[in-house]
Design a binder for this molecule. Structure first.
Ligand SMILES: Nc1ncnc2c1ncn2[C@@H]1O[C@H](COP(=O)(O)OP(=O)(O)OP(=O)(O)O)[C@@H](O)[C@H]1O
Length: 604
C-alpha cells in the first residue's frame, strides 16, 4: 500500500486542500454568521435604535388634539388615538419604556440566577442545599398569578417601571438558576477546575476565571430569554391594568387601545403597531438565541449541512480475493467545521477472514474517525466525501455499507460488524445489569429468540471471555475495569459477527490484564474465525499479535505490511520513529508474545 494522493482516478482533486487550526480569540465565543443571526440582529437593532433615538425626533406623545380618532395620514404617520394623541410618538416612547424594563429584568434575573445557581453549586454543602431549595420553591410558585398578586398589592402611584421590573425579575430567575447550577456542578468536577483549586487559587478567582467564562454562552442565552419574557409579561400586566403607572410601555399602549375599544372601532393603527413591535422584537431575540445555542452546542452548527449531505463519490472496489471479508477503498472523511479537517485521506485496506489487522498511529492521526466511518457511525460534522466500504458476505451478496438505508444499517451493525469502542469499559450503562445489557442486543437483533435461549447465549458469551456467568446480575460498577472490558467484548461477540473493530480495547488496563484480554481475543478469533481491525497507538503490541499492520499518519496510510515484515524491516521512516519511541525491556521489540505464539502455532 502506497501513500496515495487525494485525487480521483480521473485526476480531479476530490477536495481542495484543507487548513488545520483553531478558531482563535473572540471568534471562538461569537456565533457563526448565518442568515438567521443576520435577521435577528437586524430586527433587534432597528427596534432598539427606534426606542433609543425615536423619542428625540417625535413630538409630545401626551399632547391632546381635537381631531379625535383618525387613521394614518394628515401629518400623523400612524394616525391618532381617540383623544387625538399621536400614535407614532406614543410608539417611540413606549418602545423605549418596554426596552428599559426588558433590560432591567434581564440584568437582575441573570444576576439572581448566577448568585443562586453558580455560587450555590460551587460552594456545595449546606449553601447549595439552601439555595437549591429556594430556587425550587420559586420555580413551583406559578409565575403569572404571583406577579399579578405582587403588582396588585403595590399602590398604582408607586408602581413605576423599576417596581414592575423588580417584580418580574423576582419571579423570573429560578429556572435559569437550575440550569446554571447543573452546568456548574458539571464544570466544578472538570480537571482544569480541580487543577486551579489544587494550585491554591481563591474561590472567587476560580469562579470568575475558570467557571464563568465557560458559562458565558449559556448566560447570554438566559439573558436574552429573560428580556423576551419580561417584555411579554409586562405587556400582559399592563393589559390587565397592573403595569407601570408612571411610564409608557407597549403594554400600556395596548391597555389604552383596549379601553378605547380600538378593535371594535376598526382602529387597527392604534393596537397593531405596539403588538407588531413586541412580536418582531421577541422574534429577533429568539433568532439571536438560536445562534447562541450553536455556541453552547457546536453540533447544531452543522445541522444545515447534514441535511444537504450527499452520498459520497464511490468508485469500483478493487478486485478482491475470496478470503477478503471487508474492503475499504479510497476512503476520505472530512470534518466540515469552520476550519475543515481532512481526517482520513484516500485510505484503502483489505481485511481477510480471520485476520487481525492492526491500525497504528499517533494520537489524532485519524484511527477512530476511520473506524467510525467504516461502521457508518460518524456523525456530522464528519462526512465521508469519497470512497467505498464493502463487506463481502460469508454466504450472500456483497454489502455496500455506505449505501445502506437506515433500517438496513441497523440490521447490519453488530450483526455483521461489531465494535468495541475506545474507553469501552465506561460505555456500559451504569443503571442496568450486565444481563439486561446483553439481552437487549439479542432482543433487538433476534426478536424471535426464546427467552431461555437468550439467557443461555448471554451466559455462553460471558464464559467465552472469561467472566463468571454468575456476574450477569451485577451492575457495571460492581465489576473491575478488566471485567467490564471483557463484558464489552462479550457483547460484541453476541451475534457472531464476521468483523470486529476494536478501538484501543485495552488502553485503560494494566499490562497483565491487557495481555490476558489480548490472548483471549486471539483464542476467540481462532475459535470463531472473525476478523479484527485492532486500533491502537501501541505499534509494538501490534507487532506481537496482528497479522498485518497499517500505519497511519495525518490521515494517510504510510505503511501497510505483514507484521513479520514490519517487525524485521520497517520501510517508512515514520514507522521506524514509532518503533524507536517505545523502550524495550527485552532488547527485542515485540519478541515475547509473537515468538511464544509462533512456537504455539497461535499467530499466523
Ligand atoms: N468532531 C470533530 N470536529 C473536528 N475535528 C475532529 C472532530 N473529531 C476529530 N477531529 C479531528 O480529526 C482528526 C482525527 O481524529 P481521531 O479521533 O480520528 O484520531 P485518533 O487517531 O483516533 O486519535 P486518538 O488515538 O487520540 O483517539 C484529529 O485531527 C481531530 O482533531
Amino acid at each position: 500500500m502506497t501513500n496515495l494522493s487525494p485525487e480521483t482516478t480521473t485526476g480531479a482533486p476530490i477536495l481542495t486542500p484543507v487548513r488545520r487550526g483553531r478558531v482563535s480569540g473572540l471568534r471562538a465565543v461569537l456565533p457563526t454568521w448565518s442568515p438567521r443571526l443576520g435577521v435577528g440582529l437586524g430586527l433587534v437593532t432597528v427596534i432598539a435604535l427606534f426606542g433609543i433615538f425615536g423619542p428625540l425626533f417625535v413630538g409630545d406623545p401626551d399632547a391632546i388634539r381635537d381631531a379625535g380618532l383618525a387613521p394614518p395620514g394628515d401629518g400623523h404617520l400612524l394616525g391618532l388615538t381617540q383623544t387625538g394623541q399621536d400614535v407614532f410618538a406614543q410608539l417611540a416612547y413606549a418602545t423605549r419604556g418596554s426596552l428599559q424594563i426588558g433590560l432591567i429584568v434581564g440584568v437582575l434575573a441573570t444576576v439572581l440566577s448566577v448568585f443562586f445557581g453558580v455560587i450555590g453549586a460551587y460552594a456545595g454543602g449546606a449553601v447549595d442545599e439552601v439555595f437549591s431549595l429556594f430556587s425550587n420553591i420559586m420555580l413551583v410558585i406559578p409565575g403569572l398569578p404571583l406577579v399579578i398578586v405582587i403588582a396588585g398589592f403595590v399602590p398604582p402611584e408607586s408602581r413605576g417601571a423599576w417596581t414592575v421590573a423588580l417584580v418580574l425579575a423576582i419571579t423570573g430567575w429560578a429556572a435559569s438558576a437550575r440550569v446554571l447550577r447543573a452546568q456548574t456542578l458539571s464544570l466544578r468536577n472538570r480537571d482544569y477546575v480541580a487543577a486551579a483549586r489544587v494550585a491554591g487559587e481563591k474561590r472567587w478567582r476560580v469562579i470568575t476565571v475558570e467557571i464563568l467564562p465557560n458559562l458565558l454562552p449559556l448566560l447570554a442565552s438566559q439573558f436574552v430569554f429573560a428580556v423576551i419574557a419580561a417584555i411579554l409579561s409586562e405587556a400582559g400586566l399592563s393589559f390587565l391594568g397592573l403595569g407601570a403607572s408612571n411610564s409608557s410601555t407597549l403594554g400600556t399602549m395596548l391597555y389604552f387601545a383596549q379601553n378605547g375599544f380600538a378593535l371594535q372601532r376598526d382602529a387597527w393603527w392604534w393596537f397593531v403597531p405596539p403588538g407588531l413591535v413586541i412580536a418582531l422584537f421577541g422574534c429577533g431575540l429568539a433568532l439571536i438565541n438560536f445562534s447562541i445555542d450553536e455556541i453552547i452546542n457546536p453540533k447544531l452548527r452543522v445541522a444545515g449541512r447534514r441535511r444537504r449531505a450527499k452520498r459520497p463519490e464511490t468508485r469500483a472496489v478493487a478486485e478482491v480475493g475470496a478470503d477478503v471479508v471487508l474492503s475499504v477503498d479510497h476512503l476520505d472523511v472530512v470534518y466540515r467545521t469552520a476550519n475543515p479537517v481532512h481526517a482520513v485521506k484516500d485510505v484503502s485496506l483489505t481485511l481477510r477472514r480471520g485476520e487481525i489487522l492492526g491500525l497504528a498511529g499517533e494520537s489524532g492521526c485519524g484511527k477512530t474517525t476511520l473506524a467510525y466511518a467504516i461502521n457508518r457511525l460518524h456523525r456530522p460534522p464528519a462526512e465521508v466525501t469519497a470512497g467505498a466500504v464493502v463487506l463481502h458476505g460469508r454466504d450472500g451478496p456483497d454489502i455496500d455499507v455506505l449505501a445502506l438505508e437506515h433500517e438496513e444499517l441497523r440490521a447490519f451493525r453488530w450483526d455483521r460488524l461489531s465494535m468495541v469502542f475506545q474507553g469501552a469499559m465506561n460505555a456500559l450503562n451504569p443503571v442496568t445489569t450486565v444481563r439486561s445489557q446483553l439481552a437487549d442486543v439479542l432482543t433487538t437483533h433476534r426478536p424471535e429468540m426464546p427467552k431461555a435461549q437468550r439467557k443461555a447465549k448471554c451466559e455462553e458469551v460471558l464464559r467465552l471471555v472469561g467472566v463468571d456467568p454468575g456476574r450477569l446480575g451485577s451492575y457495571p460498577h460492581e465489576l473491575s475495569g478488566g471485567m467490564r472490558q471483557r463484558v464489552m467484548i462479550a457483547m460484541a461477540l453476541l451475534l457472531d459477527p464476521q468483523v470486529m473493530i476494536m478501538d484501543e480495547p485495552t488502553t485503560a488496563l494494566d499490562v497483565v490484564v491487557q495481555r490476558g484480554i489480548l490472548k483471549e481475543i486471539l483464542r476467540l478469533r481462532d475459535e470463531f474465525g472473525f476478523a479484527v481491525i485492532l486500533i491502537t497507538h501501541d505499534l509494538p503490541l501490534l507487532l506481537e499479535i496482528a497479522d498485518r499492520i497499517a500505519v497511519m499518519k495525518d490521515g494517510e496510510i504510510v505503511e501497510y505490511a505483514a507484521a513479520e515484515q514490519m517487525y524485521r524491516a520497517p520501510s517508512h521512516p515514520y514507522t521506524r520513529t514509532l518503533l524507536e519511541s517505545f523502550p524495550s525491556l527485552t532488547g527485542e521489540r515485540g519478541a515475547f508474545l509473537r515468538d511464544q505464539a509462533l512456537a504455539e502455532g497461535g499467530v499466523r
